[in-house]
Design a protein around this ligand. Structure first.
Ligand SMILES: [Zn+2]
Ligand SMILES: [Zn+2]
Length: 262
């Protein structure tokens, strides 16, 4: 069912609030700790604001509908002992496990988006940016965003770590979505912060900036996880030089996309 006009108004208000909140958080720290100097009015800024608005509305509606279908299909599973067992785990443990399981799902969604030509057709929009800052996070085709998020969210529901419908009483899913969403903006931000040995465990701007690098074959098709780089280490796709940063981003001189993982 299509949303009512009042729901669109509410989504529009949330979008404006979200944009201003993120701007107030990231603009001052990007100005103070910039990894690269770039003009405030950088190229593609208008496009990225357009994507921010689009992706604050369309993916939410699509994911809600698709998760509804998934949960409908999963109804027989809820009577099983495994799902009862999952529901009885302490909330904090379920949240922790959901963040890990969701990131594994999102890792594979993102990796397939690079390896399968049809998915890359949509995902390459995210890689067109030659700048890196918090707003680049939203630069994506809505279907690309829906696919990767569904891989994470779907796996959390399939494992029974979250039960019930999206946004209705599933505090596990709320924490996962809020944390994952915020971390996405953080790792794209134009920040020169490095976390030492912790970078092997928690995603940082340097880790994800290397994912956007177009400089060398070694850094292409690496660093797919959203929160946990150790997932890349596990599946052989981690590339994280301890001190250096990429020289350039984007697709103009990107190494051929068929460069694949060893
Ligand atoms: Zn990517
Ligand atoms: Zn990115």
């Amino acid at each position: 069912m299509l949303p009512q006009p009042a729901e669109f108004v509410s989504l529009a208000q949330q979008t404006i609030k979200g944009f201003l909140t993120l701007l107030l958080i990231f603009l001052p720290i990007e100005l103070a700790f910039a990894q690269r100097s770039q003009p405030l009015l950088r190229p593609r800024l208008g496009e990225d604001i357009f994507y921010f608005v689009l992706n604050s509305i369309v993916p939410k509606l699509l994911i809600t509908a698709l998760v509804g279908l998934l949960l409908f299909g999963m109804r027989p599973l809820y009577a099983s002992g495994i799902f009862h067992g999952m529901a009885s785990l302490p909330l904090a443990l379920r949240v922790l496990l959901a963040i890990v399981v969701g990131d594994i799902g999102a890792y594979w969604g993102h990796r397939w988006s690079h390896e399968w030509p049809l998915l890359w057709h949509f995902h390459k929009i995210h890689h067109q940016s030659e700048a890196m800052d918090w707003l680049v996070t939203s630069r994506a085709h809505p279907l690309d965003m829906v696919f990767t998020r569904l891989c994470g969210v779907g796996l959390i529901y399939l494992t029974g770590l979250a039960q019930g419908s999206l946004g209705q009483g599933s505090s596990v899913m709320v924490v996962y979505m809020v944390l994952g969403g915020f971390w996405g903006y953080f790792v794209h931000a134009n920040l020169n912060w490095r976390f030492g040995f912790l970078e092997n465990y928690i995603a940082t701007p340097a880790y994800h900036h290397w994912h956007h690098s177009n400089g060398s074959a070694r850094s292409i098709n690496k660093n797919y996880a959203a929160i946990f780089p150790w997932i890349d280490r596990l599946f052989g796709s981690l590339y994280l030089p301890r001190r250096s940063w990429p020289q350039s981003y984007g697709l103009k001189v990107r190494v051929n996309q068929t460069t694949v993982h060893s």
